[in-house]
Design a protein around this ligand. Structure first.
Ligand code: SF4
Length: 351
């Protein structure tokens, strides 16, 4: 039987979905035969699962695993106690290149909060997990289902896309009423006998078949139930119009003096504690030779970084001289690390 289309009338009192058992059976049969093997699926350790979930919130699996971020983090900080006691530079250095650095800081706050609980262990219920700092509804549900196999529905970006297509939803899914609807659908479809397997399967369906731009409907294990299957599937889900991209230009100094480089430590919320080149106004850098130009994106900004070779300036607040030998251990945002390596590689030619 094909699934109903459009929105059910009230997400707070979802109706049973007649095709849910068939959907669960098709999804689980496919996943048992073809699901991927990731390190976080081989463990029931909530700490290891939490690290993977937080890393994957804004980052592809290919980066988290393929570039070794997860493996390096778990080798350096294998448990709650190690993370709780780690220094901020160590944490930020392990996270360097993943962006959204508040995730790393929040992970440490979570570890410290868990260790402060009476039994110094993670609670298992989603409600208690959500009370911990840095853990939202998705992460709480992921921990409850993956670590303890509890029947907790979850919605992340992949699952939201799958659900919008399965329910032929044409309303923007990033608005609060539709967010509530997505969670209600996830709850109504959840396989309560096998929540760990089911949630993993639903997320992987979104990663491998129900992709944003070119869903592979012909190969999809639940195609027979999906009203969106076909060439027009990519038109769902709809979202509110994105913010326009804003172009910015950033002028910064490459000030090298007696094997020391002047760097500025960020204090803003997004990159707090990370080091970057000291910024100056266009007028202050107009007379300095430009040694490198690079572009990078951050949120809705597209930044053009102009790096100028500079004689040693008087450091301003937040700016410190660092020996070249110490630079590899300093946490830096990815675009600045790349620019630093390029600038250092040019040094003999610039000297
Ligand atoms: S049939 Fe296509 S649109 Fe429907 S769930 Fe599968 S991949 Fe997504």
């Amino acid at each position: 039987m094909p699934p109903p289309t459009g929105r059910p009338p009230d997400p707070t009192s979802p109706q049973p979905i007649p095709w849910a058992p068939t959907f669960q059976a098709l999804l689980l049969a496919w996943f048992r035969a073809s699901g991927r093997d990731y390190p976080w699926r081989r463990t029931r350790d909530p700490y290891a699962i939490l690290v993977s979930e937080v890393m994957l919130q804004q980052t592809q699996i290919a980066t988290v695993l393929g570039l070794g971020y997860y493996q390096r983090w778990m080798a350096a900080l294998p448990d709650l106690a190690a993370l709780a006691a780690a220094s901020e530079p160590e944490i930020l250095r392990l996270w360097e290149g993943l962006g959204y650095y508040s995730r790393a800081r929040n992970l440490q706050k979570t570890a410290q909060a868990v260790l402060a609980l009476p039994n110094a262990a993670f609670p298992s219920s989603p409600a208690e997990l959500r009370a911990l700092p840095g853990i939202g509804p998705y992460t709480a549900a992921a921990l409850a289902s993956f670590a303890w196999n509890l029947p907790a529905p979850l919605v992340d970006g992949n699952v939201a896309r799958v659900l919008a297509r399965l329910f032929a939803c044409d309303d923007p899914i990033d608005r609060p009423p539709m967010q509530a609807q997505l969670w209600a659908w996830a709850d109504a479809l959840l396989c309560r006998a096998e929540p760990r397997l089911y949630n993993s399967a639903l997320m992987e369906l979104g990663q491998r078949f129900c992709t944003p731009r070119a869903p592979a409907c012909l190969l999809c294990p639940v195609q027979s139930l999906c009203p969106s299957a076909g060439p027009s599937a990519a038109s769902r889900p709809r979202k509110s119009p994105p913010r326009a991209t804003v172009a910015l230009t950033e002028h910064a100094l490459f000030a090298l003096h007696r094997d020391h480089l002047l760097l500025y430590q960020e204090s803003g919320r997004r990159r707090q504690g990370l080091w970057k080149f000291p910024e100056r106004s266009p007028a202050e850098t107009a007379h300095l030779p430009e040694i490198l130009r690079a572009t990078y994106a951050i949120t809705h900004h597209r930044v053009s970084l102009h790096l100028h070779r500079s004689p040693p300036p008087d450091p301003r607040p937040g700016e410190t001289w660092h020996p070249l030998a110490a630079l590899p251990a300093l946490p830096m945002p990815g675009p600045y690390r790349k620019a630093l390596n390029q600038a250092l590689a040019q040094m003999p030619a610039q000297a």
